[in-house]
Design a binder for this molecule. Structure first.
Ligand code: NAD
Length: 292
């Protein structure tokens, strides 16, 4: 089977151009969407992610604040900043880059974010709204991006069996909730590290979403002919042939799997580019909801 490659860069560009129109409309009404990104510590990967988020705001002409706090920032200081951002009318979305240093209780920090500004969708109020299928809530950006990819390629989910590998609050669980919701109507199995016979289970899937964090774990024996495979994984593996000494691979062994698939996302260039586009989408949505 010749697979269709799902081009995340292209879909993200089209999402961004639709958002640009919405942003221009909001600006014409006197509202500029605003995002605050908070980074505690100096984790190099987090610095790159935060930089890309702020850059996306600049490209789309929305207001942003980047807060870079030292690693020794206390929980109280961080919470104080969150309260300040909750009260700032220029800010519609607040994001605390994960993971914070170990002395910070991430869940407790998230509880302090005004749920109406929680554009990462991590606050329990937004988790509940997702389960309740309340469209006003905020859904984590990466699974939201996966749904956009399915929509963009006209991939039917109703009545299909989707296996989501991974049960994190950032990807696996929200992904499963989105797929089972009444506007998607898939039958969903969530698999995790204790699932028995994962390859056998995955072979029953019409759609596989891999969000594990294990390089190229999903091999040909996991995939039935004609399946749709979305690969959320971003893993570094050593590669001396590359100038940096490593390359990025997904959770799916792309070369081994691709010829069995009807659709597959590459890594990089599949799910990855969607995450920031959906963060901007959530910020625009927050601005609309807070200013209506
Ligand atoms: P996580 O570590 O929080 O969760 C991984 C999940 O995989 C866990 O629920 C665990 O039970 C499951 N798992 C672990 N080993 C397994 C095994 N052998 N078999 C079956 N399940 C197993 O990770 P996460 O934050 O959900 O991220 C998953 C991957 O997605 C990572 O590679 C991460 O870098 C990537 N990611 C990408 C984006 C993006 O923007 N594209 C965003 C978030 C995460």
């Amino acid at each position: 089977m010749t697979p269709t490659l799902i081009d995340g860069k292209e879909v993200a560009a089209s999402v961004r151009s639709k958002l640009q129109q919405e942003i221009d409309e909001l600006k014409a009404q006197g509202h500029i969407p605003g995002l605050a990104v908070v980074l505690v510590g100096e984790d190099p990967a987090s610095q790159v992610y935060v930089g890309s988020k702020v850059k996306a705001c600049e490209e789309l002409g929305i207001y942003s604040q980047k807060w870079t706090l030292p690693a020794e920032t206390t929980q109280e200081e961080l919470v104080q900043l969150i309260h300040q951002l909750n009260a700032d009318e220029r800010i519609h979305g607040i994001l605390v880059q994960s993971p914070p240093p170990p002395h910070i209780d991430e869940e407790a920090v998230i509880l302090n974010i005004d749920p109406r500004k929680d554009v990462d969708g991590f606050h329990p109020a937004n988790v509940a709204r997702l389960v309740l299928e309340d469209a006003e809530g905020f859904v984590p950006c990466t699974p939201l991006g996966c749904m956009e990819l399915l929509k963009a390629y006209g991939i039917e989910t109703a009545g299909k069996h989707a296996v989501v590998i991974g049960r994190s609050m950032i990807v696996g669980k929200p992904m499963a909730n989105l797929l089972v919701a009444k506007n998607a109507n898939a039958t969903v199995t969530i698999a995790h590290s204790r699932t028995r016979d994962l390859p056998g289970l995955c072979r029953t899937a019409d759609i596989i979403v891999a969000a594990v964090g294990r390089p190229e774990m999903v091999t040909a024996e996991y995939v039935k002919d004609g399946a749709v495979v979305l690969d959320v994984g971003i893993n570094r593996i050593a590669d001396e042939t590359r100038p940096r000494g490593y390359r990025i691979v997904g959770d799916v062994d792309f070369e081994a799997v691709k010829d069995k698939c009807s659709y597959i996302t590459p890594v990089p260039g599949g799910v990855g580019p969607m995450t920031i586009a959906m963060l901007i989408a959530n910020t625009v949505k927050a601005c609309r909801q807070l200013t209506r």
